[in-house]
Design a protein around this ligand. Sequence first.
Ligand code: FAD
Ligand code: NA7
Length: 667
Amino acid sequence: MSSPPGRRARLSSPGTSRQTPDAREEVRHRLKDLIEGNRVMIFSKSYCPHSTRVKELFSSLGVDYNILELDQVDDGASVQEVLTEISNQKTVPNIFVNKVHVGGCDRTFQAHKNGLLQKLLQEDSAHDYDLIVIGGGSGGLSCAKEAANLGKKVMVLDFVVPSPRGSSWGWALSVWSRGQGREARVLTLLASSSGRPHMVDATVLGLTLAPCPFSWPLLLLTLGLGGTCVNVGCIPKKLMHQAALLGQALQDSRKFGWEYNQQVRHNWEAMTEAIQNHISSLNWSYRLTLREKGVAYVNSYGEFVELHKIKATNKKGQETFYTASKFVIATGERPRYLGIQGDKEYCITSDDLFSLRYCPGRTLVVGASYVGLECAGFLAGLGLDVTVMVRSVLLRGFDQEMAEKVGSYLEQHGVKFQRKFTPVSVQQVEKGSPGKLKVVAKSTAGPETVEEVYNTVLLAIGRESCTRKIGLEKIGVKINEKTGKIPVNDVEQTNVPHVYAIGDVLEGKPELTPVAIQAGKLLARRLFGASLEKCDYINVPTTVFTPLEYGCCGLSEEKAIEVYKKENLEVYHTLFWPLEWTVAGRDNNTCYAKIICNKFDNERVVGFHLLGPNAGEITQGFAAAMKCGLTKQLLNDTIGIHPTCGEVFTTLEITKSSGLDITQKGC
Ligand code: FAD
Ligand code: NA7
């Protein structure tokens, strides 16, 4: 663990003689000054392992401490003697917190376990808040709520800077009031950013509400609380994926005997309005939860101005200043732009798509990572003409065999791929909703240039961390200048001890909602509770929600070969035919399952990959098994659930190295 170096106390005592009473008295005074002048004072010896453990504990709690290494000062022996008189403790480490003698290593850890240490540390009320979280997304809200659960005074700042196309999400005006009956609790959503004013009852939105504590109705304005996932990420994306899957199910249903005559068509406006209503209800329930937990929520842009002070600027430009003992940066990321003619004026990104008021029509998706492919997949599933412009490979960082299979399924389902091209200009040729845009693209492999007209151009070319305009340079928090990401140690602490970071802004960590949530919750528990548990970023499962879902956990085949070497791995795989696809007459050699095992570790599964229906649901369970050390033998010993797709992993027999045929016969 890399712990921040504590400040080294100086105890130089010129002319001090350990023998004379005067010198002894002088040491006593100096020690008193150190104990009274420092929130945490550790008397230690630089080589003592117990002292190191204690320093690590305070570092993991984000607490600044002062150290006096008794083996590194001239009069260390007499200091230790005087310390023994003061504290009745002979040994080091010898710890004082807010002038209170805590004890040695064991007693300090015990005090941490039973909460006494935290109480002692809290007796520092110089700041407005114990914790200020900048960013009210997945990570920030999780951290703030947990800190409030632990009795802390917490503030969350959340502010959405509108996208270049003007999208700013999630405002909702609602009334919260007592209902008619004893148990009744009513929230009525009056209007939301999704469009025209409407009245929706909370129960219809599936909200569980605490009874309204007031006898009069409370009018609440909620502004997009919840960050990327809720407003412009996972939630609307998965719901649009579901809309597309329903279209596929409609096609399959005829094979299962459903007869219907009316022409089936999809209504974009109806879908987006329903999804935006759901999002408004989530925004509102987050707001309510913060209120219930006593977390102060401020809809303002946060920026550091001093080590313990931030400036909060609201929509009207009004500035307010707040101080806190600790800060968590959870500002997330926003979509990147190409930096070419017409991109900010005419192109949209995922920040605009999910609330787009009109059907995007013929669409060009630029970028082939998961955001690009997922959007291309559901847009094609809704019946649109979609092209993906790919600069290099599909799904960089994912298993490339799986990525190509995801791509070919998309292609079978009507998505066109323009490989090895990147746009150089976007020009409006016709206004409208949607209008028409001419895209000129250049080959990345040669001099070729092409041009084509689309109704919509969706950029999915990566995301920029929101770390460059939050005053980090003023307080010395280091970022990776190239990526904007924040490097942290294994307890999410930046190089400035009282400033932490979680979620998408972190360098080298998976950019996923559950990761941000887990990191935020555990951070709060470490800072304010008795926990030392760290966030485990290994074997984080994920799923690409393309029309045929791709779920994975652990290493890609390429990465596994890099880490373990090919000869040390055994890869088991098969194509399979979901039962639901048989009657529907869908392809029998599309779905694919693969595990990568380390031959020299009991065939432990180091990579799990599945392309098939509901891969997200299936992968979640196997991820838990991988946490428990899943091996091939354990999979063999597991009895399958028949007939399911997941059972395929209990019967994998063919190794890739054998080269045996894995195609499914039939149909
Ligand atoms: P965010 O959720 O982005 O929250 C940051 C918040 O801070 C925002 O509200 C922002 O406006 C605010 N903010 C920024 N700067 C300031 C400031 N200075 N002051 C005040 N407020 C500020 N993950 C999954 O796990 N599953 C998925 O299926 C999935 N799908 C996705 C689909 C898309 C299209 C996208 C874009 C992302 C998807 N993700 C998915 C990723 C997921 O959304 C992120 O990993 C997650 O939201 C990160 O949480 P966070 O707390 O780090 O940041
Ligand atoms: P990613 O994962 O950074 O991928 C960006 C994609 O865009 C990738 O395919 C890039 O190709 C491509 N790209 C980047 N620049 C260009 C240009 N100039 N022209 C064409 N294509 C380009 O971004 P996502 O938006 O998909 O996801 C980012 C995170 O957001 C993700 O981790 C989620 O948590 C949410 P490359 O492979 O670099 O050649």
